[in-house]
Design a protein around this ligand. Sequence first.
Ligand SMILES: [Fe+2]
Ligand SMILES: [Fe+2]
Length: 144
Amino acid sequence: MIVALRESIEVAKGYIQKMTDPVHDMNHVKSVVSLSLRLAKEFPIADRDVIEIATWWHDVGRLFDERHEPISAQVAYDSLIENGIGKKFSKAVYDAIVFHRWNMKPKTLEGKIVRDADKLDFINIKRWERCINKKSDPNCKKHY
Ligand SMILES: [Fe+2]
Ligand SMILES: [Fe+2]
């Protein structure tokens, strides 16, 4: 992975660290990154860099709105362009993020992998254990 993309991950981490929702925090994002790269191994034609960058950014839009998918996609796209990444790669990242909600249909293989990895983390026991420890948090409450 080129330096500019590694830097993009650091920028995304800066946003994620501000996320206080225990269901969508750094633990969740790291888990989705790991799951998506495991899924990507089954699809050699998938662009692993697009998948990795998209997973780091996929929930950043939650800082602005619960209907966050297009916001995450746009913030990631703008940040990549600003850091000198080409339009083609940046658009591929946008496409891999924008349709990751349960009932949405991603248009690209990378988008399908990001969505499925995100949903696989729904059955991550550690994620819900964190919520049991923070039962009073409204983001946890709505899942009980
Ligand atoms: Fe999301
Ligand atoms: Fe997510």
